[in-house]
Structure formats: C-alpha cells, structure tokens
Write a protein of this length. Structure first.
Length: 117
C-alpha cells in the first residue's frame, strides 16, 4: 500500500531530492486517500525531516543507508497493519511510528535552539 513510496526513494538513488519527492507524493495522496491520511502524514514527516537535515549539505553513504532503512521500516510497519484490515493494528502501527519519530524531532528541536543547525 505504501511500498511505492519507498520504491521511489530507491529509484531516486536515495538522494535528498528523492526524499523530497516522496514527502510531496505522500502529502498529495492524502486528498485521495483520506483513510490513509495519518499514515501518509507520518511518512511525509519522516521523509521531509531528512530533506530538512541534508538539503544542500554533504550526504554520506552511511547516513543515506541508515535513513533508507528507517523509512523502509516505517513503511513496512504501516503497510502490514493496513494489510491486516484491523483498526487496532492500524492504531498500534501509527502510535509505534509516531513514537519512533518523536525522539528524533525533539533532538532536532534542541539542536535548532542552540544554533547548531
């Protein structure tokens, strides 16, 4: 269901622009897929954060690989829950992904405040 977003990242070579396109596509799909809106906004948020962190900065192979694995894991978690059709599994997956993303956001907020970004 969401795997096509990861496929686009892979086809784009894992570049910052590929992540930017993924975030944009996920946001655009919300209008046509309102039942998937929460999952799509989490995917968009995760990929956009990568863009914000690395736009116009050097990107190491290690960082790109690490981020691709993280996004793939997010999409896999959400895709499996959606495939199950269970409202409980969907909610659990949304909460799991949001919990994974929250500490990363908090860390970037602290970095922003001290002027390191």
């Amino acid at each position: 269901m969401f795997e096509d977003l990861v496929k686009g990242l892979n086809e784009g070579g894992g570049s910052v622009r590929a992540y930017e396109a993924c975030a944009k596509e996920a946001r655009q799909r919300i209008a046509n897929e309102p039942d998937n809106a929460a999952a799509l906004i989490l995917i968009a948020s995760a990929t956009q954060r990568f863009v914000d962190a690395y736009d116009e900065l050097p990107l190491t192979v290690e960082a790109a690989s690490r981020e691709f694995e993280a996004i793939s894991s997010i999409v896999e978690t959400l895709g499996a829950a959606w495939a199950s059709g269970s409202a409980e599994r969907k909610l659990a997956a949304l909460n799991s992904v949001a919990a994974r993303l929250a500490p990363q956001k908090a860390a970037s907020d602290r970095t922003d405040r001290v002027g390191l970004r």
